[in-house]
Design a protein around this ligand. Structure first.
Ligand code: ADP
Length: 337
């Protein structure tokens, strides 16, 4: 493979600090309590998926913003092999934060979010600014929904128009509004990744149908989702099912083939935070490492990619934390034997 076509994954997305307070119980209005502990960890869906991509061994560029008050989450990405030269350090903005209270007694949690530099008041990353700094055009673009949706949409459109053959991947989490989903340019998208709850909400937003919910058989949720007008032509729809594995609907020459991948069994389940981002990162990495342009549509090849992603995600639930729990490529290969 020549270096000009070597995979390059771009992630224009979010980065946060997760500040977790261990409290006796979630604080009540008017109450003051002491936290038993505080842990500050790197987080944000964009950072987590970038870390998974970097650890999986594929060239990954993160393009998001931190504030000048706390830049260390970028160091955590660098440690995991992610290139952060495109990331902005914004003066006068604060790094995004999630303030998480976890009640010691009942394990209940409550979260206060500060979007901070993920939603900058000025100078957000743009496809043009990123293009001029990258060594070559991205072969894969990974999008989520923790930065302004207009930024996400502009990258998707730019990829389709300017980055020839670039595979666009969207994990629309948290799910945009019904109107935003209805006006989304679905024809610019190659891979949609959702969990079953998001799939059900997407069906409700895009069709007049019922939401269905988690109780519905996954095959039925996928059948309803993939038969919606704007979804029919989507090359890949991937629905993650937590401990039940994953279901994919692949457009193979106009027909849709359904692929069900059973879960890899974790040695123990300690913390499922970050499993979805680990899955998405390793899935895109597996596709990117096949080389060549575009997406595979052959069952065996797709199954292989889904399996590697499933093993990595199952390994991530064995360890506490989100980014800290993402395994490196060698450990994943070892586990797959
Ligand atoms: P999200 O966090 O986005 O809702 P899921 O919970 O569906 O994502 O998890 C993503 C993937 O991680 C699943 O498809 C599966 O491969 C893996 N996974 C998550 N939880 C478990 C588990 N308990 N056992 C095995 N694999 C799991």
């Amino acid at each position: 493979m020549s270096s000009s076509s070597a995979p390059l994954v771009l992630v224009p997305s979010s980065i946060n600090i997760d500040e977790t307070f261990a409290v006796p119980h979630i604080v009540r209005p008017g109450e003051t309590i002491s936290s038993l502990d505080l842990t500050s960890r790197p987080g944000g869906k964009g950072a987590n998926v970038s870390a998974a991509l970097g650890l999986s061994g594929v060239e990954t560029w993160f393009a998001g913003n931190v504030g000048s008050d706390a830049t260390w989450p970028l160091d955590e990405l660098k440690k995991r092999g992610v290139k952060t030269d495109l990331a902005g350090v914004l003066e006068g903005e604060k790094t995004g934060r999630a303030f998480i209270q976890i009640g010691e007694g009942d394990g209940e949690n409550s979260i206060v979010l500060l979007k901070g530099a993920n939603f900058p008041s000025s100078s957000d990353v743009t496809p043009d600014s990123v293009s001029s700094q990258l060594p070559r055009p991205p072969t894969h673009l990974v999008l989520q929904n923790e930065v302004p949706l207009s930024t996400t949409a502009s990258f998707q459109s730019h990829a389709r128009k300017e980055w020839q053959g670039c595979v666009t991947v969207w994990n629309p989490s948290p799910l945009p509004t019904r109107d935003e989903l209805r006006s989304w340019k679905w024809d610019e998208l190659d891979v949609l990744i959702v969990n079953q709850g998001e799939a059900a909400d997407l069906i409700a937003a895009l069709s007049e149908g019922e939401a269905g919910g988690d109780k519905e058989e996954p095959e039925e949720t996928m059948r309803r989702l993939s038969s919606i007008e704007s979804m029919r032509q989507l090359p890949w729809i991937v629905m993650t099912l937590g401990a039940r594995g994953v279901l994919a609907s692949i457009n193979s020459g106009g027909d849709r083939i359904l692929i069900s991948q059973p879960p890899h069994k974790p040695k123990q389940v300690r913390d499922t935070t970050g499993a979805g981002d680990t899955f998405a990162g390793y899935l895109v990495s597996s596709v990117a490492m096949l080389g060549g342009k575009g997406l595979p549509a052959e069952r065996e090849v797709v199954e292989k990619c889904l399996r590697r992603a499933g093993v990595a995600a199952a390994m991530a639930v064995e360890i506490k934390g989100a980014m800290e729990s993402i395994p490196g490529e060698e450990r994943v290969e070892q586990r797959m034997k």
